[in-house]
Design a protein around this ligand. Structure first.
Ligand code: UDP
Length: 239
């Protein structure tokens, strides 16, 4: 499969066309941004670690019957992925209260709710990807109620599998963000990375974050945290 022209440059990834209309190349970058680009830096080795982590995690989901866009890892920093029609919403799954939810509702970080929380956000950077509810999403014409039910069911399944995987490596999966797309035949696919850029991962023993909060909150040892996650997943998945 040949990598052809650049289709899109995002904050942490580049998307390239290939010689197949059904495949794209996702190439990870070392760039880190936070707070809508206000904070920027390059984190050495992040592209490689994120490619490795996301390839392992999406591969694990594929093996467990979750449809994801991941096909195979191509090199240190790139994956071959399936082309899907993107659905312009983000789902945030929360097992532990942290980040924007803690702030918005005045809840202490670290509290474990009795139920899993699913946030729905509209993907629109000009508006700051606002939190919306199901009715807003349907009224905006981006999804139907039936599609939402399918998206929440897939998100719950992905969450269970990831909680189980991370528990095996001494990591608490606090929250994560995912996006979906549809293939030509209408099947729902997870079409996103799953990395410490998009997940909150707390070391069970020390409670220390092993994710992008180390960058957002100037905690230091960002690169080491990503490398630690990759190393633990390697051991658990024998990759
Ligand atoms: N997240 C993300 N992209 C976004 C927003 C959130 O990957 O545009 C991830 C974030 O890394 C965290 C989870 O989703 O793991 C929940 O983020 P939150 O809503 O708490 O926002 P934040 O604290 O990052 O502003």
């Amino acid at each position: 499969m040949k990598q052809l022209e650049l289709l899109h440059e995002g904050k942490s990834k580049l998307i390239y066309a290939t010689d197949s209309a059904e495949r794209i190349v996702v190439r990870f970058k070392d760039d880190a941004t936070a707070f809508y680009n206000i904070k920027r830096a390059k984190i050495q080795n992040k592209a490689r670690m994120n490619c490795e982590i996301s390839s392992m995690v999406l591969g694990y989901l594929n093996e467990n019957g979750v449809k994801t866009h991941f096909v195979e890892r191509l090199d240190d920093e790139a994956q071959l992925c399936k082309v899907v029609k993107h659905i312009p919403v983000e789902v945030i799954v929360r097992n532990v209260i942290a980040g924007s939810m803690a702030k918005r509702l005045g809840i202490e970080e670290g509290i474990v709710p009795e139920n899993t929380i699913f946030d729905l956000c509209l993907m629109d950077e000009r508006l700051g990807d606002p939190l919306i509810n199901d009715h807003h999403a349907v009224a905006l014409g981006v999804v139907t109620y039936e599609e939402l039910a399918e998206i929440y069911a897939a998100s719950a399944r992905i969450n269970s599998l990831l909680v189980e995987l991370y528990a095996k490596v001494g990591v608490k999966l606090v929250d994560f963000k995912i996006e979906f797309g549809r293939s030509d035949d209408g099947a729902l696919f997870l079409a996103d990375e799953l990395t410490p850029d998009t997940c909150r991962l707390w070391d069970v023993e020390s409670g220390e974050p092993l994710d992008k909060d180390r960058f957002r909150r100037d905690m230091g040892r960002v690169r080491e945290a990503y490398e630690e996650v990759a190393k633990r997943l390697h051991n658990a998945l024998n990759k």
